[in-house]
Design a protein around this ligand. Structure first.
Ligand SMILES: Cc1cc2nc3c(=O)[nH]c(=O)nc-3n(C[C@H](O)[C@H](O)[C@H](O)COP(=O)(O)O)c2cc1C
Ligand code: SF4
Length: 437
């Protein structure tokens, strides 16, 4: 046989690895992008429900009630946050998002009876106006932080970390630093903002306890204080947050979305949401605060099916970012030429950091923002949220549960060994949970 040149592809030096090296060789820096990890990691997709058969009785879909009401903050808050369903819209800043996007999310959340959250850069008047239930974030950057905003909130969230960028601070590139955004942050217009990675006035868990006390003083103990963590050392971090006095913890897995983060961080830090929920629930149980401290899980939650599985694994609620933006039209195949102009394609756009979002969501450019009608956007997000609630109820009823919070690990089986080990549920067709006697 003649000797032919070898053309087979390398598993290590894949085309995207080669392309990445060559882009860095041109840029002299790592790449920054939006969205979330591109890796395939063990996820809720690797779990299935075991609906009722002879051992349990299913509920009638259209006639029998299935409760979705969710309460966050039963530990200390005088006025816990009451949601119509176990879903929250996560913190996404005005700056990362356009005014119209923030208004659409706020209106949709209010229509459905759930909460939305501010973000880096502070609370805007319009977001307050349209949100019936608003969680105000306290971030390391402290941009726009105002005690009056905290007092007006239905919940306060201290951000320690994010799934898309644990161990690093916020990033808002100059092209999105419009005059309105810059004013809120006391920063010059058009200049890149790299915000602080740690809170300026505390360095450890004991200081977090003092900060939580301060926030309780400011809000007169009225509203729940949530601690948001990127999913890294989840078991230990959740225990420390509980010890510091958190009413609830939000754990954001490695699939968590962002508007701008270093590309290598997104793929190589943190643990998958599937593993994070199990670790966090174990910490809550070991601290003896089940039913007192709520667990909110985030990171790659795509629909009500993912939420139902998260609830079954021990979450009390799930927060969504990217999915809400997709409902707003992110990655929709319209304005295709404008996607191409920024080097993207519909369905594969990760270009939120550019400020040139073709569909008016992640931009501060008036002409682009005008493409997103806040009323129509609110309709789409509200429809999507209602569909999520129906999906959660669909699985709960099929498993014979009259309350979505009664979904249980017992209702799940894993399709892969990895998912079985991380979620600590048996591999389908066996009683085997890897790593558990
Ligand atoms: C456009 C965008 C902006 C964000 N801005 C913030 C922020 O200001 N503060 C924060 O704590 N998290 C921020 N996040 C992270 C979200 O709060 C949330 O943790 C994450 O989106 C959850 O993952 P998901 O997008 O897969 O649902 C942002 C996410 C996106 C997509
Ligand atoms: S369509 Fe807009 S919001 Fe969606 S990824 Fe692209 S730039 Fe970001």
């Amino acid at each position: 046989m003649e000797d032919r040149p070898l053309t087979r592809s390398s598993g290590l030096w894949r085309p995207e690895v080669i392309e990445d090296i060559q882009v860095k060789a041109a840029l002299g820096r790592y790449r920054i992008r939006g969205f979330g990890t591109m890796r395939r990691v063990p996820s809720f997709e690797d779990l299935v429900f075991l609906p009722a058969g002879l051992t349990r009785v299913p509920l009638e879909g259209y006639r029998e009630r299935c409760e979705t009401r969710t309460v966050i903050g039963t530990r200390f808050a005088k006025e816990p946050l009451i949601l119509s369903a176990p879903v929250l819209i996560s913190g996404m800043s005005f700056g990362a998002l356009s005014r119209n996007a923030k208004i659409a999310l706020a209106k949709a959340a209010t229509r459905v009876g759930i909460s939305t959250t501010t973000g880096d850069g502070g609370m805007t008047d319009f977001e307050r106006e349209y949100s019936e239930k608003l969680i105000v974030q306290v971030l390391p950057s402290r941009y726009g932080l105002d005690p009056r905003h905290l007092r007006s909130a239905e919940g306060v969230e201290i951000v320690v970390g994010q799934g898309a960028k644990p161990g690093t601070g916020g990033l808002l590139l100059g092209q999105k630093m419009s005059s309105a955004v810059a004013r809120m942050r006391d920063l010059p217009e058009g200049v890149d903002q790299r915000s602080a990675v740690r809170h300026p006035d505390w360095i450890g868990p004991d200081d977090l306890g003092i900060k939580i006390e301060e926030l309780r003083c400011v809000t007169e103990g009225r509203v729940p204080v949530i601690v948001k963590l990127g999913a890294t050392r989840v078991y230990e971090d959740v225990k420390l947050a509980i010890k510091a006095g958190a009413d609830a913890v939000l754990v954001d897995g490695m699939e968590g979305g962002t508007a701008a983060s270093p590309d290598p961080l997104m793929d190589h830090t943190g643990i998958p949401t599937l593993a994070a929920v199990t670790e966090a629930r174990r910490a809550i149980r070991d601290m003896g605060v089940e039913g007192e401290v709520q667990l909110i899980i985030a990171g790659g939650i795509r629909n009500g099916v993912d939420v139902a599985k998260a609830l079954a694994l021990g979450a009390d609620a799930a927060a969504i970012g990217t999915a809400a933006l997709i409902a707003l039209n992110c990655n929709r195949p319209i304005y295709a030429d404008d996607y191409r102009a920024i080097g993207a394609e519909p369905y594969a756009c990760r270009h939120c950091h550019t400020g040139l979002c073709p569909v008016g969501i992640a931009t501060q450019e008036p002409e682009l923002e005008a493409r997103l009608d806040p009323e129509e956007g609110a309709d789409r997000v509200a429809n999507f949220l209602f569909s999520m609630i129906q999906e959660i109820q669909l699985f709960a009823r099929a498993c014979g549960k009259s309350n979505v919070h009664n979904l249980d690990k017992e209702d799940l089986r894993a399709l892969t060994v990895e998912a079985a080990a991380m979620a600590k549920v048996p591999l389908a067709g066996t009683e085997w949970i890897p790593g558990v006697e």
